[in-house]
Ligand binder design. Structure first.
Ligand SMILES: [Zn+2]
Ligand SMILES: [Zn+2]
Length: 296
């Protein structure tokens, strides 16, 4: 049994209710109790969504497409901005996130995949793996290309500080109402929206490409996650900055990246060659895999 399987087999208490998980559940309680106190509010819902979409962009545009897959280039200072923005989502640090994600692609849905719905079930793949203190350490050997930057190592260590600061600032600006809707409700939505990619996107949707895993394409999840729901496309060709391979596949993260490229903040967005996009064979999957950054 792999160490991941052993971790996933631990008691619910140890996985979901360890010290690391206290802030996670605390924000959930704040959201639920806060809504009960303030009552439902359309202004509150609008505020939650206004702060949801930027956070989601940083998860997908920064943690996933930049730090995990290097699907585009940017400057050192903007790279830090991307990392800082992504820590506001309270999903651990940039090096931890990307190093774990690279393992997901290396062993996708095979024994040893850190969050496989096929191997370890829904709840582990959805959030058990990120809450479990068994997977708390960062394997720097998997993320050497970014671990060489001291500012990223610092942020990786103190990843919780920006998220806490975001909560405090939200409260100072807008009081309890803003804390509940702009911070807590928005954060809970961002967590579970992101987590669907590891759970539902390997379970629910169509498969255009014969990848070696169970990844799916799902327009609903693509909307919720700003394009990440085209997950079968992504497993087929991981280095692409766009995950919606066709114009009708909504990929809002890619549109934001195009806008950032237009003003010169990012560049060299990796596209999808026609022969990769149009082929569904295993040979093309192998060709796509060879385009991954060397993380050995
Ligand atoms: Zn990926
Ligand atoms: Zn996946």
């Amino acid at each position: 049994m792999s160490s991941v399987a052993e971790a996933a087999a631990r008691s619910w208490g140890r996985i979901y209710f360890n010290a690391l998980a206290i802030p996670f559940w605390g924000v959930h309680v704040l959201a639920i109790v806060g809504i009960a106190i303030t009552g439902f509010s359309w202004w509150g819902a609008a505020l939650a969504l206004a702060l949801y979409w930027p956070r989601m962009f940083f998860v997908t545009g920064a943690y996933h497409r930049y730090f995990s897959h290097r699907s585009y280039k940017t400057s050192r200072w903007f790279q830090f901005v991307l990392a800082l923005g992504a820590t506001l989502t309270a999903q651990k640090g940039p090096l931890w996130w990307a190093a774990h994600h690279r393992m997901h692609h290396k062993l996708s849905d095979q024994p040893g995949d850190l969050h496989s719905v096929v191997q370890q079930g829904f709840w582990w793949s959805h959030m058990g793996w990120i809450l479990s203190n068994d997977l708390e350490d960062t394997d720097y050997s998997r993320i050497k290309d970014f671990a060489k930057y001291p500012e990223l190592r610092w942020l990786n260590k103190y990843w919780m500080l920006p998220a806490i600061a975001a909560g405090v600032i939200t409260f100072l600006i807008g009081g309890f109402f803003a804390l509940v809707w702009g911070f807590a409700v928005s954060q809970v939505l961002c967590w579970h929206g992101t987590f669907t990619i590891n759970s539902l996107s390997h379970l629910w949707g169509g498969r255009r490409y014969t990848t070696t895993d169970d990844s799916r394409n799902n327009p609903v999840l693509a909307f919720v996650t700003m394009g990440e729901g085209w997950h079968n496309n992504h497993h087929h060709y991981q280095v692409s900055a766009r995950q919606g391979f066709f114009w009708w596949e909504l990929d809002c993260t890619y549109y934001v990246l195009r806008a950032l490229a237009a003003v010169g903040l990012v560049w060299d967005l990796h596209g999808v060659p026609d022969h990769i996009r149009d082929s569904t064979t295993e040979a093309e999957v192998d060709a796509a895999a060879s385009a991954l950054p060397d993380v050995a």
